[in-house]
Design a protein around this ligand. Structure first.
Ligand code: SAJ
Length: 438
């Protein structure tokens, strides 16, 4: 049996030893899924605090219960360490590390490079490596493979195998999880695709092999660029409808009655999160290096980035219409997280809205049941505790993130003036003279 066949047999017999690099919202769920499928799994993370929590049987990730971790640790099927040298005993390693943007807006591959260089010291024949971090097409072949080959004279696709498989984790989602979300996977060579697909198929419901790492990398960027551009489209529609004095929310509801050929997106205060605003810029950055300007991405990014300013303009007009300057007005922002019902404020447009209102001299406070404090660049702010008191004191309430826990009828009743950027108030908001919608 050759290396590939031996490795596939190990996967099929669940004898392969697995390591997951990066115990975050992607890596820990993946580690648990493989451990629950019967593999011996080691989570590797440079942050000792995460390692200690896992080894104590505790979870710090929304989608993984402490019970799951405790059980797997108790059964000795899951372990955690900050020591990369354990990789010398591993048969399969998945890299799940962040791919943020630098301040300059360029891709920051430092986490991928650091994880790859640490892994490369222990690479050995009969091993498969899969990169999961969202990145531009070519990263696996151009950045990961050379660093793995630097430390050895093995042949990729014969002695070891390398593939890319985009993560599709949506934290907090219950319907589509790590196990049942279809998983695209593509290798440097056909044998790399086959071996990595065989590995993942032992634990995941549906694996979708593709012929190269570039196809898999690009599929992920299409998924998130599709979203970012369509959100940019409806945000521009909101600006157009504002000029036309047409209610954009009614327009979208009407269009959404079309049972085919239309997909509903809704305007908002801007584009938050660590995927949608960022992944498409990895693609446009790569294309720039090939002398191509990805105009849709650039334009959508410009429109989405401008939405906080557009919303603040609506607040200024709303206060002006009741004879109040924005300067000195008490303004309460409802919702700081980047999307409803979570506590994540990464890239949240609420941060820009608050900053812009403060710059115009407003007396700003915010409330968010999930976000108790904002620490952002040079400023920080605590969420108010008494929502009713905050609403009654406010000259204007600005709904930025429409958490489900809010009682919108009560907010409507108690507020003097509301600017609703999410249509959280629905029909009642449309009819009320004290509500301005995006
Ligand atoms: N947003 C709008 N209008 C919309 C949809 C979203 O303004 O119609 C805003 C949100 O408020 C948020 C931002 O866009 O600020 C991103 O929202 P999102 O719903 O795309 O949520 P994310 O960032 O958590 O995206 C993740 C992605 N999952 C992965 O990358 C694995 C994305 O591909 C998923 O489609 C998305 O979750 C999802 O559907 O929940």
């Amino acid at each position: 049996m050759n290396t590939k066949q031996k490795l596939i047999e190990k996967f099929e017999k669940k004898e392969a030893k697995i390591a997951i690099l990066g115990m975050g919202y992607v890596g820990l769920p993946l580690a648990v899924v493989f451990a629950e499928a019967g593999f011996d799994v080691t989570g590797i993370d440079p942050v000792q605090e995460k390692v200690d929590l896992i080894n104590k049987g505790e979870s710090y990730i929304l989608d993984v219960s402490t019970e799951q971790v405790k059980k797997l640790i108790g059964e000795n099927r899951l372990h955690a360490t900050s020591d990369f040298s354990v990789i010398r005993e591993m048969d399969a390693v998945s890299i799940c590390v962040p791919t943020p943007l630098r301040k300059t807006g360029d891709p920051d591959l430092s986490f991928i490079i650091s994880a790859t260089e640490s892994l490369a010291e222990y690479i050995h024949p009969g091993m498969v490596v899969v990169l999961e971090s969202s990145t531009y097409p070519g990263t696996t072949r151009e950045m990961v493979l050379p660093r793995l080959l630097d430390c050895c004279d093995y042949k990729v696709g014969e002695d070891f195998f390398l593939a890319f498989s985009p993560e599709r984790v949506d934290p907090g989602r219950k319907d589509w999880t790590t196990i049942n979300t279809p998983k695209v996977i593509g290798g440097i060579t056909e044998d790399c695709s086959e071996v990595s697909a065989k590995w993942y198929a032992q634990a995941l419901d549906k694996v979708v092999p593709v012929t190269s790492t570039e196809v898999a990398e690009m599929a992920k960027l299409l998924e998130n660029t599709f979203r970012m551009i369509n959100i940019g489209l409806v945000n521009e529609l909101a600006i157009m409808c504002d000029r036309l004095k047409v209610d954009v929310w009614e327009v979208i509801e009407a269009a959404a009655t079309k049972p085919f050929g239309f997909m509903k997106f809704t305007p908002g205060p801007g584009l938050g999160g660590h995927c949608i605003p960022i992944d498409p810029l990895y693609l446009s950055w790569k294309l720039k290096s090939l002398n191509y300007n990805a105009r849709f991405i650039e334009l959508a990014s410009e429109i989405n980035t401008n939405m906080p300013r557009f919303l603040v303009g609506k607040v200024q007009d709303a206060l002006n219409n009741v004879g109040k300057p924005i300067k000195g007005s008490d303004i309460l922002v409802l919702g700081a997280a980047y999307k409803p019902d979570i506590d994540d404020i990464r890239e949240s447009p609420a941060l820009d809205v608050i900053h812009l209102l403060e710059q115009k001299g407003a007396k700003i406070s915010f409330h968010d049941p999930y976000v108790h404090q904002i620490k952002h660049e040079e400023w920080e702010m605590e969420s108010i505790q008494d929502l009713n008191e905050g609403i009654e004191k406010a000259d204007c309430v600005v709904i930025v993130t429409d958490h489900k826990v809010y009682d919108y009828d009560e907010i409507l009743e108690k507020s003097q003036l509301i600017v609703d950027s999410r249509n959280a108030l629905g029909e009642n908001g449309r009819k009320s003279p004290k509500v301005v919608r995006l």
